[in-house]
Design a protein around this ligand. Sequence first.
Ligand code: 3H9
Length: 679
Amino acid sequence: MTNPISTVHDGDVLVVVSNNPPVNALGQAVRAGLQDAIAQGLADDSVKAIVIRCDGRTFFAGADITEFGKPPVGPNLPEVLDAIEASDKPVVAAIHGTALGGGCEVALACHYRVAVPSAKVGLPEVKLGLIPGAAGTQRLPRLVGAEAALPMVAIGNPISASKAKSIGLVDEIVGEDSLAADAIAFARGKVGQPIPRTSEGTANRDGVKNPAIFDEFRAKNGRKMRGFDAPNAAIEAVRLAGELPYSEGVKKERELFTKLMTGTQSAAMRHYFFAERAANKIDDVPGDTPLIPIAKVGVIGAGTMGGGIAMNFLSAGIPVTILEMQQEALDRGVGVIRKNYENTAKRGRMSAEQVEAAMGNLSTTLEYNDLADCDLVIEAVYENMDVKKEVFGKLDTVVKQGAILASNTSYLNVNEIAAATSRPGYVLGLHFFSPANIMKLLEIVRGAETRHDVLATAMKLSKKIGKVAVVAGVCHGFIGNRMLSPRQEQANALIMEGANYWEVDEVLLDFGFPMGPFQMADLAGIDIGWHRDPSKVTTLREALCAAGRFGQKNGKGFYDYDESRNRTPSDEVRALIAEFAAKSGTPQREISKDEIKERLLYPMVNEGAMILDEGMAQRASDIDVVWINGYGWPLYTGGPMFWADTVGLANVVSGLEKYGLPVCEYLRGKAERGERFNG
Ligand code: 3H9
């Protein structure tokens, strides 16, 4: 293998260049090359200063994650960085792209950092269930202070070059197109000056003077960090950076890092990292498939869903025309979109100009003909096959040939919808999740005849609008809703058998979901799809509606809600459930939390196995991506299929059998062979 690190002399400056596509990850060869290059610079008397920079799209984007979990091969990153910092010749990091994780730690070990305006710097290890492991938690607070370091280490979002400059992480912003030359000039200017070493910095004293910052940070970010191990370890490491001498702090960091690295949370989150990227790939659609240009989008329906869908494109600068049947519905929809944008602006996440730019790209119509020149039309009307067919039939007659026609159906057969047109190859499902402008997940539903370029275009477009997309086949409920249904069935059965509905919710909350099935029903509205006849009561849902318990919207559903939406279990609902249970003759018993958990989650795994067996998902990890992004499955367990692997498929099978629940042959076979879903 060729050495990814090369050196070139520019007068008295040695420039060390990494070329390790795609993201200059700090794999073994890079680490060894860096170590040698620094040694070369130190041994050469003609060299007075050193610049470290990267070729390609980015500065080092971190340790090579593919090496994690494998036996380590030296030199390790901390020792390479110690050698850089120990240099008695100034070393300058020249940053472009994203200096992340180990890459940011390289920069921290250098004596100076210069960056182009578009660069980003960050320590995202926490998103992989880790903390920085090459002294990042100890060097960063010593350079920028504990308060500025905390969000970087414990939340992990990268910061801009200008923000990095303002907190002292970057010394100078240089020309976007002259990084190499500017960094060399900067380095030359530092020759002969005392060398600042980050490990000797004193900015970390702020946390000692005001230890309350740690608790305040925890209190402010508690919800984001709930259930995750790494953020607490990150906060602890930053706190210790103020209390311990550097060498001891580094030892402590290593201890915390190693514990996390060998734990299941990090394994799950690393699985997710690669799962999200794998989901982008459509097995039989080549990566270089020509794309259909999407310059204008049509959306049918200005309701909650249609409006949310439109916002995705408007926010990405793509013009949208929304079609409705009535002017009032259009006006209401446009009003909601504007309000949403204005609220975002109020929270400081958008400027007034950006709001106007997005709204300026929005047009409305009552006429199908106005959609004729759209490159993509997404239908978000009532979930009814006949209505959808009618809409697609109309679209087929007016929208130009070569345009993509998409349905936002959550359950319906996309092939049947496609058959209502003369161009089924251009039809697919684009299943957005509510609220569609916020939720990350997009299920791309592939019809029997959907063309490769249509799929490839939808996948590319999903990235442009900030979605995480997964391809699903045509089946009832696709991947996500199909797996939700056995969970809901069990939730309903459990409360009839004697489990309290709030306990069922609690079990899922404890597992890490943001809410349980009954809280979800209250949020969505219990009266959705209700026939509105209070005298006709055959199900619990109908009984709740008949009792005027519609959910959060009117302050009572399964739970009673106060003005601040705090919930308490309701005696009325408990009595209704008991009545239904008695009528059906279901024997009542105590049900353990373990049983609740297993009966809710194991059937989902079984359904996931069937989805895989039928080829409705391309790979098990795609199912994990769907559930993490669309339904709040806790990231730190890796998604349902990865979680099942950690439970052991044989245990899942025996659990299902214990409760008399179905086990599909695919799952049984895998369990018998001792296999896993993921690798
Ligand atoms: C760390 O540094 C620990 C240290 O503190 C301690 C050490 C002791 N390794 O995302 P993309 C692959 S932890 C290996 O599609 P983008 C990726 O899988 C690390 N591979 O591009 C993909 O492969 P493929 C801390 C990596 O332009 C390809 O590169 N760092 C790594 O949308 C392109 O990636 C991070 O967590 C890696 N580190 O985004 C940063 N990174 O083409 C992780 C990427 O086969 N990386 N790949 O699917 C990122 O956030 C994004 O990749 C980045 C580029 C923003 C850099």
